[in-house]
Write a protein that binds this ligand. Structure first.
Ligand code: FMN
Length: 219
């Protein structure tokens, strides 16, 4: 009995020491794991190429004359067709214009509406006109998302782009409607936007700082 008591007294401090060591090791392990997972998150966000494209795309307002390769134009246009649309109705259409005479005519129509003499397409050789079917309740949203896809895909493909407005006004004119008919497009289509496309002839602009109240978190 005496011996047993002595044995217990002798092992108890050792057990306490062992427990302390194991708590310290567990805590260190948890801190290390948390730090590693935070670092991993940082890395995956920083290096995500799609997110990088979204963040680094800028509106380009000076272009080289040379026509981008057809394969690149097609790639951008195809990306546009994969934009989400209300109930998957695919209400928009894209008219890919590389013909200089048509491109210049559209530029003139757009400039007339803007009340300017200068080229609203900034010399870009390609214009991707997005129109959408007015009979679809979500047509403006659908067309705008197509525009977004085109702009971002252009950047991903190494091309410059910019949304040029007044497509609605242009295709509401008799001349605009006439163009649609010539292109074999009939239906109640409204112009959503013009995505100009080409090789950039300028330095990529620095984005404006994001406004402080852009995002509200409700956790
Ligand atoms: C609906 C809409 C219409 C726009 N219209 C024009 C336009 O007619 N001409 C132009 O130079 N840029 C136009 N832009 C481009 C914006 O000026 C540009 O996106 C904005 O200044 C932010 O710059 P960033 O695209 O480089 O981020 C338009 C953009 C949107 C979304």
């Amino acid at each position: 009995m005496h011996n047993e008591t002595r044995r217990c007294k002798a092992t108890f401090p050792e057990m306490r020491t062992a427990m302390k060591i194991s708590i310290v090791i567990s805590a260190a392990f948890m801190i290390l794991t948390a730090a590693c997972s935070q670092k991993q998150n940082e890395i995956s966000v920083e290096m995500n190429p799609a997110i990088e494209v979204l963040k680094t795309r800028r509106s380009i307002r000076a272009y080289e004359e040379r026509m981008p390769e057809k394969v690149l134009i097609d790639q951008v246009v195809e990306a546009g067709t994969y934009a989400p649309t209300g109930m998957g109705k695919q209400s928009p259409i894209i008219v890919a214009i590389t013909d200089k005479t048509v491109r210049d005519r559209l530029s003139k129509l757009n400039a007339d509406i803007a009340g300017t003499e200068s080229d609203p397409f900034y010399g870009a050789p390609v214009v991707l006109v997005v129109l959408a079917d007015r009979n679809c309740p979500t047509y403006i949203y659908d067309g705008s998302l197509v525009m977004g896809n085109l702009l971002n895909a252009a950047h991903a493909a190494g091309l410059g782009s910019c949304w040029i407005h007044r497509a609605k006004e242009v295709f509401d004119t008799e001349e605009g409607k006439d163009l649609l008919r010539q292109w074999g497009i009939d239906g109640d289509y409204e112009g959503i936007g013009n995505c100009i496309l080409g090789y950039s002839a300028q330095e990529t602009p620095t984005p404006a700082p994001r406004k402080s109240n852009y995002v509200y978190h409700v956790d």
